[in-house]
Write a protein that binds this ligand. Structure first.
Ligand SMILES: Cc1ncc(COP(=O)(O)O)c(C=O)c1O
Length: 414
């Protein structure tokens, strides 16, 4: 067990040790990871770091002390609402990440249904491609999560979801896009179903929120998923994903700001006076909201379009290159920045291909169903798209030729 040192250490000594410890980490700056990071260029990196440092220790819980943070946060929410179809009545909450945004949405849906419909045994109905963070939220909130198999088109099966709903259903969910396949669920149909049954409809646009609108502007076919779709109650969008901000930045947006009250905690059951929060966090880092604001303002629409273009170019190069390698196939459809490839040749062990890629320094995401390899692209992947295809070709040759190690589909690679 490590103890706090008796004598404090000098700053230079500590920084040297931290750098040394990083030496064994994967090289995300060179685009060798298919998960966990988003990077455009050094100028954006400096903007993020300097903005974060400007508020590095301010507590965003204390907005009465820091009106600056309140105005910055309001602008971040406003920019997102204008991008994502918010109307005059819409509102939002800045959170620590997609999981917190989703937790708050599920909490609000449960609380609203309990108050207005007397629901005591709440359930949510979601496609089985939805992120597992919904199940974690459901477990903590005492909600049953009903996962419904998706269709052969890799999208939510609306009729099957309707069949699993009952009087105790508090919310239904669709992704824009989901993480396993990168496909959009039919948000318009799901939202219409939610409206007809009078339940909360949450759109998980954690991945797509800050990318899909720009991919659409480039001319790609992106279905409607925004708050403006009739029947949508809330939408999660992560600024720390394709909003290109550093970690600790997501939004839960609602079509009707009054619905924020359902995820508000308020009490005065102690000596100190009233306490209220719309998030699960109490103390909140000012740096992450400042860095999100700076990233959005630095990039602007032009910067986000550039990110979208780089990602779609990388995807086109990678899918064409991998698809041309004998024995491999790209899973379709895939609507945005995520895709899965796999072996169609039964003599080719994709687990060995994964291990060979890993040995070259590419951090591999293994897909369980179908047995394959999962990629989530960000702008830096444009620079390595050709290298990746060449590495895949070498990995396939190595897997065919030798005994070698393998990375199984059920190993934890997320
Ligand atoms: C579609 C989707 N929803 C939710 C999440 C959870 O977001 P976070 O990891 O920021 O909590 C992720 C994370 O990858 C995601 O891909």
């Amino acid at each position: 067990m490590t103890a706090i040192p008796t004598t404090g250490r000098a700053r230079t000594d500590l920084m040297a040790e931290l750098s040394a410890r990083k030496e064994g980490d994967r090289d995300w700056r060179r685009g060798r990871l298919a998960v966990y990071f988003y990077w455009l260029d050094e100028e954006l990196e400096r903007v993020q770091q300097e903005a974060y440092l400007a508020f590095w220790t301010e507590n965003n819980l204390g907005q009465r002390a820091y009106p600056s943070l309140k105005s910055i946060e309001d602008e971040v929410i406003g920019m997102a609402l204008s991008l994502l179809g918010g109307g005059d009545a819409s509102g939002g909450t800045f959170t620590s990440g997609g999981s917190e945004s989703i937790f708050l949405a599920m909490m609000a849906a449960r609380n609203k249904a309990r108050a207005q419909r007397g629901v005591t045994q709440p359930n949510i109905v979601l496609p089985n491609s939805a992120h597992l963070t919904f199940d974690r939220a459901a477990e903590a909130l005492g909600i049953e999560a009903r996962r419904v198999p998706i269709g052969a088109d890799l999208r939510a099966d609306v009729a099957a979801m309707a069949a699993r709903m009952d009087a105790e259903t508090v919310a239904i969910v669709g992704s824009a896009p989901n993480y396993p396949f990168g496909t959009f669920d039919p948000i318009e149909s799901l939202a219409a179903l939610a409206a007809e049954r009078g339940v909360w409809m949450h759109v998980d646009a954690c991945v797509g929120g800050f990318l899909a609108p720009y991919v659409r502007r480039l001319g790609h076919d992106v279905p409607a998923f925004e708050l403006s779709v009739p029947g949508v109650t809330s939408l999660s969008a992560d600024i720390h994903k394709h909003g290109m901000a550093p970690k600790g930045a997501s939004l839960l947006l609602v079509t009707d700001a009054a619905d924020r009250e359902w995820h508000k905690f308020e009490s005065r059951a102690w000596q100190r006076g009233p306490y209220a929060a719309y998030t699960t966090q109490g103390t909140r880092p000012g740096g992450s909201v400042a860095a999100a604001w700076a990233s959005m303002n630095h990039l602007g629409d032009e910067g986000y379009l550039r990110c979208a273009r780089l990602i779609m170019e990388a995807k086109a190069i990678m899918t064409a290159g991998i698809g041309a390698i004998p024995g491999l196939d790209i899973l379709t459809p895939s609507d945005l920045c995520i895709f899965v490839w796999r072996a169609t040749d039964p003599t080719l062990d994709i687990g060995k291909v994964a291990a060979a890629l890993d040995a070259e320094g590419w951090l591999v995401g293994r897909q369980q169903e179908p047995d394959g390899i999962h990629l989530h692209l960000n702008p830096i992947h444009r620079e390595v798209a050709e290298d990746y295809v060449a590495a895949v070709a070498r990995a396939v040759a190595a897997a065919r030729g030798g005994r070698g190690p393998r990375i199984g589909a059920n190993e934890r690679t997320y």
